[in-house]
Write a protein that binds this ligand. Structure first.
Ligand SMILES: [Zn+2]
Length: 363
């Protein structure tokens, strides 16, 4: 099993320069290999087997950066070729643009070249880089590779990938909950609670929408537009972080309390709900939330059960099991024509998801 831990790093000036140089060299190596391969193919009809090392005499500065990062550029290029040959619709490998907002490189662990120490991360060529390690790496985890990245707002991160052996015993099942996806609240739970997005998050979302509109009104290429765009990038980052923190917190809470969490199988259900609500843009929070929940449960020997997407969770009465033929979208309350009970629709649905999940689990 693999698991990545992402920490913020604080390179000094020289280290920062070298990291940026490595981004550039990785991009250069990738593009150079690609263009030579294209040229060679056009001339000979054959595939050129080139490597970054072949360019080091001509472009001496390639020697200054981590050679494993360059080797990974080659692997990535080979992968892009392979994907293209397997699924041509993906498209032929593309050149990496200097303007691409995503700057990163990956280096691998060999002969103790990478070490996570107290407050420092030792990396090839860079030596000890200051790191804020907010999580402890469990015993027995083996370091595999590190991806260094820089955000548009000039923050540096190290995503450290570990391999570990999975030895988790299944827990005894006591506590079960069903979660009904909610466009507005993320989810509604069968214990009566909802995720309840924090106010500050909604506030930054509103700011984000406002700022995006302002940017689109600025003249292209103007200094003002540049400034506003940087502001926008910062706000995007803030929103993404707030959202991630919130999703981590919620999934942690649920995974700690419950042994089994039942949810709906994604995509179609969500698509239909979002269409009904007329939302054109939908953030992928729920999918991220479910994947966080999945590994947090799994780590503890607990279960995430995805119920069949065709299960009529909204039309079924959670009290007597009667299935209504039709349920209007505008209805907030579920009234059963058989047993007469009236329940909040979200609550009724989450109860059904829980029951169906439990049925699937024991089946
Ligand atoms: Zn009923």
């Amino acid at each position: 099993m693999n698991k990545a831990f992402k920490f913020r790093i604080y390179p000094n000036k020289l280290q920062g320069e070298l990291i940026n140089k490595t981004f550039a060299c990785v991009r250069f190596a990738y593009n150079k290999m690609l263009s030579d391969r294209i040229e060679y193919y056009e001339e000979t009809g054959k595939m050129l087997k080139n490597t970054p090392a072949m360019y080091k005499n001509e472009y001496e500065w390639l020697k200054e950066v981590d050679s494993l990062a360059l080797a990974n550029a080659q692997l990535n290029l080979n992968k892009a070729y392979k994907n293209f040959f397997r699924t041509p619709s993906i498209g032929f490998p593309k050149f990496k643009s200097r303007k691409g907002s995503h700057k990163s490189y990956t280096t691998n662990y060999v002969n103790n070249n990478i070490r996570l120490l107290d407050k420092h991360l030792v990396l090839p060529k860079l030596k000890a880089v200051k790191i804020k390690q907010h999580r402890i790496i469990p015993n027995g985890y083996k370091l595999k590779s590190v991806t260094i990245s820089r955000t548009p707002t000039d923050k540096y991160y190290a995503s450290i990938l570990y391999v570990y052996e999975e030895v988790i015993e299944a827990v005894k099942i006591n506590e079960i909950v069903g979660l009904d996806f909610s466009m507005k609240e993320l989810y509604f739970a069968s214990d009566g609670s909802s995720a309840d997005y924090p106010k500050y998050y909604r506030k930054t979302l509103d700011q984000l929408r406002k700022l995006s509109r302002q940017v689109s009104h600025c003249k292209k290429g103007s200094k003002n537009r540049y400034k506003q765009r940087l502001k926008l990038a910062k706000l995007h980052e803030k929103v993404a972080n707030q959202r991630k923190d919130f999703l981590h917190k919620k999934s942690r809470q649920i995974a700690n309390v419950y042994d089994v969490v039942c949810v709906e199988d994604l995509d179609m259900k969500i698509m239909s709900k979002s269409l009904k609500l007329g939302k054109s843009v939908m953030d992928n929070s729920y999918g991220t939330f479910l994947s966080m929940l999945a590994y947090k449960l799994k780590d503890q020997g607990k279960h995430l059960v995805k119920i069949d997407r065709w299960y009529p969770s909204s039309k079924t009465c959670s009290a007597c099991g009667n299935v209504k033929k039709e349920l209007l979208l505008s209805e907030r309350m579920y009234t059963c024509d058989t047993c007469g009970i009236t329940l909040d629709c979200d609550y009724n649905e989450s109860m059904n998801i829980k029951e169906e999940g439990l049925r699937q689990l024991v089946a």
